[in-house]
Design a protein around this ligand. Structure first.
Ligand SMILES: O=C(O)CCC(=O)C(=O)O
Ligand SMILES: [Fe+2]
Length: 154
């Protein structure tokens, strides 16, 4: 099970600096567990940043890029970032749920209609990861797989 354990503490004077820059998670889902120190923020549609209340007794579940593609954009991959805290360490542990590299990411036909044509070309997780690693953390990767208007099928 791929897990990442991070300590967002930093040196003094680094209060509320960006410790982990703005990004969306590329996988299907991320399950996050942290201690009681805040720092995680999510971005709303209007670009406002909203702090996630830290709670060591709950999980925070992020929709990732693949789930956005698999639901034809109904679930939106959340942009988020983590700020540093120079007084207490924020510890977080993440489980990234991803398919095997050759898994084909497609949309169920029920989610495609004349009013909601397919937004993304089919791709494999391996292809997506390769594209993601060639970009910077904050870049939008799904844009690379968007259907052109003349390719859209309903
Ligand atoms: O500090 C956190 O909880 C967020 C970490 C994160 O966004 C990531 O590992 O992708
Ligand atoms: Fe993340």
């Amino acid at each position: 099970m791929p897990m990442l354990c991070q300590d967002k503490d930093s040196s003094p004077c680094n209060q509320n600096k960006v410790g982990f820059g703005e990004h969306s998670d590329p996988q299907i889902l991320t399950i996050l567990r942290s201690n009681d120190v805040g720092g995680l923020q999510i971005s709303l549609n209007d670009g406002a940043w909203v702090p996630v209340t830290p709670d060591p007794a709950t999980f925070c579940v992020n929709v990732g890029d693949l789930l956005q593609a698999m639901t034809n954009g109904r679930f939106v991959s959340v942009r988020h970032k983590a700020l540093t805290n120079s007084y207490r360490s924020r510890m977080s542990m993440a489980y990234f749920a991803a398919p095997p590299p050759d898994a084909r990411i497609t949309v169920p036909p029920e989610m495609i209609s004349p009013t909601k044509p397919a937004l993304y070309k089919p791709f494999t997780w391996g292809e997506f990861k390769k594209a993601a690693f060639a970009l910077r953390l904050g870049d939008s990767r799904l844009g690379l797989f968007r259907m052109e208007c003349d390719e859209q099928v309903a």
